[in-house]
Design a protein around this ligand. Structure first.
Ligand SMILES: Nc1ncnc2c1ncn2[C@@H]1O[C@H](COP(=O)(O)OP(=O)(O)OP(=O)(O)O)[C@@H](O)[C@H]1O
Length: 577
């Protein structure tokens, strides 16, 4: 609740304005009751003519106009606060997801995050747009009514003071239950969305492993569980409306009885006062009853807000980048890893004290068994994750002194499965650089990546749509699009995560030639499995279980590291098969 209050107090001015409006609204309600009583008293008891009550009727119209205007404006302000808070929250969530994208992508499911960003934030709406304005109305208006009623007739005031507290007490008890259920509902919605998206993404795997029926059952279970929680919340809402209605009806009945006794039996009360009170008492309860309805939505909304705000409390360690910009280099920089350590949260894996230096235009191969930490090391060099201890130096300056953007401009990262966006081939290649590039440059990059000959015969050539909205690409073709992106960018450092793994020899050869070409102007750091890539490297980093066992050339490592020799033997046997 603390964090939620803070989000409201950011809009302090609007909140004060809302308070002012509510006070005017309360006064308008009292004035309306007074004018209506005067008209009824004038016409029925004092037998006044129609023309005598015309000024009262005009006043009544004016008051009704003021009352509905105040009501409209206060709701409008609530909507404005809600839209500001939702906008800010979405921006903050996106910033968190973007600034820490690599760790967050690995943590939790994508669908869960999408659901939080869209549905979770939307659910927060009614807290600001309805609950806050209604809470103000339901505090100021009943207090004002109570003061007026008590000054007119103390007994009626006492009846209200005794009966009315049952409504907020009941709402608090129910509200706590609703909030818990609302949190549960959002969790279930997030889990359902995550499951749904995961099913869509893994549809082919699910079909191939004949898991369709099981997956369908799981989705159904998740969806039914979400439906049940939603229905439980509705059940609470209906019970709440019934109980509040009952309390207010009883209380109004008691007041009416008391007024009748005072007028008829004791003759101690005027008709004017009794009628005024009879009009004001339902208004008193109407504000409280409306709070009941919005209170229910508000608590649901608070549950959602709590879940969303919890995301901000989750600890993460995004890379803190500096403000310096890398200068233009003639040749690639020297890269030094100094005692670099890294651990993933909740795992036993640790990359321990990796120290190495990479010199301009060298070919570096990172080798080791599966799970040794090769990709992790590549991610560290790319700046996607930050060393826990130790540091990375670029031309003797710590990498994190520079801006992330200026570092990303210097490198190209080619992963095992590069992402192809929905769009044309040309657009996909062009995203390799942030500069404006023409079709000629795109074609030249495709030529160097060895993919131009595949694209040109297509009916629409470079304008052929690929990705989700168009035709698919093979792994080798995707790799080549990715390498074309690198040629367009002209980076000083190329990071490759086993780009030729699983490709046929002909495609591998084309890719090797392209990488060789990139190496003419850039340092190439490759996570390598193929003996060919390993043998040709100027420097090999041999990792085992997160430890850097040895660094050197192929020949030197064969001499000094039996484990490396064993790895090479396995590779040889595999390539001979
Ligand atoms: N995001 C993550 N969160 C937690 N643990 C992770 C994460 N990514 C990788 N790991 C773990 O860290 C270890 C090293 O992973 P890494 O991907 O760096 O190995 P690798 O040598 O590249 O393996 P492979 O050759 O199979 O790709 C593994 O045990 C892996 O399970």
């Amino acid at each position: 609740m603390g964090n939620l209050k803070k989000t409201v107090w950011i809009h302090k001015k609007k909140v004060y304005f809302l308070m002012g409006l509510t006070l005017i609204l309360g006064l308008a309600i009292v004035a309306q009751a007074y004018v209506m009583t005067s008209i009824v008293d004038g016409v029925f008891l004092k037998k006044q003519t129609f023309s005598a009550v015309i000024p009262w009727l005009i006043a009544l119209l004016l008051i009704l106009f003021v009352r509905s205007s105040m009501d409209y404006i206060s709701k409008r302000i609530g909507v404005l606060i809600a839209s500001d808070v939702k906008g800010d929250t979405r921006k903050k969530l996106l910033k968190k997801y973007v600034s820490n994208s690599v760790q967050l992508a690995e943590k939790g499911q994508t669908g869960e995050k999408v659901s939080m960003l869209l549905d979770g934030v939307d659910e927060m709406d009614s807290f600001y747009s309805q609950f806050i304005p209604q809470v103000m109305q339901s505090i100021f208006v009943p207090i004002l009514m109570l003061i007026v009623i008590s000054t007119q007739h103390m007994n009626s005031g006492i009846i209200l003071m005794v009966c009315a507290p049952f409504i907020p007490i009941y709402m608090i008890v129910i509200g706590i239950k609703t909030q818990k259920k609302a949190e549960e509902k959002l969790e279930k919605l997030a889990s359902f969305s995550a499951k749904f998206l995961e099913t869509l993404q893994g549809l082919v795997t699910i079909k191939l492993f004949a898991q369709t029926i099981r997956q369908k059952e799981e989705l159904e279970k998740s969806s039914v569980s979400f439906r049940d929680t939603t229905l439980e919340i509705l059940k609470i809402a209906f019970t709440q409306s019934f109980a509040i209605e009952l309390i207010s009806m009883l209380s109004i009945g008691i007041v009416a009885l008391e007024l009748a006794i005072q007028i008829i039996i004791y003759e101690s009360l005027s008709f004017f006062t009794a009628f005024l009170i009879l009009i004001l008492v339902p208004e008193f309860y109407s504000s409280l009853k409306e709070l009941g309805v919005t209170f229910h939505n508000g608590r649901s909304s608070m549950g959602a807000a709590k879940k969303v705000l919890e995301v901000f409390d989750e600890e993460d360690e995004p890379t803190i980048w500096g403000v310096q910009i890398f200068p233009e280099w003639e040749v690639p920089p020297t890269i030094q890893l100094n005692q670099v350590n890294f651990t993933y949260a909740n795992t036993n894996f640790q990359l321990e004290s990796v120290t190495a230096s990479f010199f301009p235009k060298q070919k570096i191969a990172i080798v080791g068994a599966s799970g040794a930490g090769k990709t992790t090391l590549l991610h560290l060099i790319a700046g996607m994750i930050t060393p826990e201890k130790g540091a990375i130096y670029i031309n003797q300056e710590e990498l994190t002194k520079y801006t992330e953007f200026s570092w990303l401009k210097k490198i190209s990262y080619i992963s095992q499965n590069p992402y192809i966006f929905s769009g044309t081939i040309a657009e996909n290649i062009a995203m390799g650089t942030t500069d404006e590039v023409g079709m000629e440059a795109i074609k030249a990059a495709a030529q160097l990546a060895g993919i131009a000959s595949l694209i040109e015969p297509l009916e629409n050539g470079f304008e052929t749509r690929i990705g989700e909205a168009g035709r698919g690409l093979s792994s080798g073709e995707k790799q080549r699009v990715s390498i074309a992106r690198a040629f367009l960018k002209k980076p000083h450092i190329v990071l490759l995560d086993e780009p030729t793994r699983g490709l046929d020899l002909a495609t591998e050869k084309i890719l090797q030639q392209s990488i060789q070409k990139l190496n003419e102007t850039a340092t190439v750091i490759t996570v390598a499995h193929r003996l060919h890539t390993i043998k040709n490297a100027d420097q090999i980093l041999f990792l085992e279980n997160g430890k850097l066992l040895a660094v050197g050339t192929h020949e030197s490592l064969l001499k000094i590291s039996p484990a490396y020799k064993e790895l090479v033997m396995i590779q040889k046997r595999r390539s001979q098969k």
